[in-house]
Design a protein around this ligand. Structure first.
Ligand code: FES
Length: 130
């Protein structure tokens, strides 16, 4: 069996209602994963791309969080209606969907405004507030 070209991890972590960080499951991540798997199969990528559910990816404020390896492309605020575009443009075409991509300063930093930091972020771009 050939190696997978890409792995797609979808956070499906569940937290109790009212948790300050929220969770991806409450934002429809199981549906995102289900649709990603179905679209990957429909587009003939099943032997090349593996879609997996993941526990918390520690990007909760940006959920639904999806990360694609080996490129290390982080997507945030992914909705079910975004799935076809991710598969078509990124998994088939090799070009990340910039409008859904988290800015580098959003991932694993305390500077991210979504986490109460001082840098206001947009998807695919960084807007400084100071
Ligand atoms: S709950 Fe999804 S990244 Fe933490």
């Amino acid at each position: 069996m050939p190696l997978y070209e890409r792995h797609v991890f979808v956070c499906t972590n569940v937290r109790e209602a009212g948790h300050p960080r929220g969770c991806c499951a409450a934002k429809d991540s199981p549906k995102v994963r289900e649709l990603l798997k179905a679209e990957v199969e429909k587009r003939g990528l099943k032997k090349r791309v593996r879609v997996n559910q993941a526990g918390c990816l520690d990007q909760c404020e940006h959920g639904v969080t999806v990360v694609v390896y080996p490129e290390q492309v982080w997507y945030g605020f992914v909705k079910p209606e975004d799935v076809a575009e991710i598969v078509e443009q990124h998994l088939l075409g090799g070009q990340p969907v910039e409008r859904l991509r988290l800015a580098d300063v959003c991932v694993n930093t305390d500077r991210c405004a979504h986490r109460g930091g001082s840098v206001q972020l947009g998807l695919g771009s960084v807007k400084k507030t100071i």
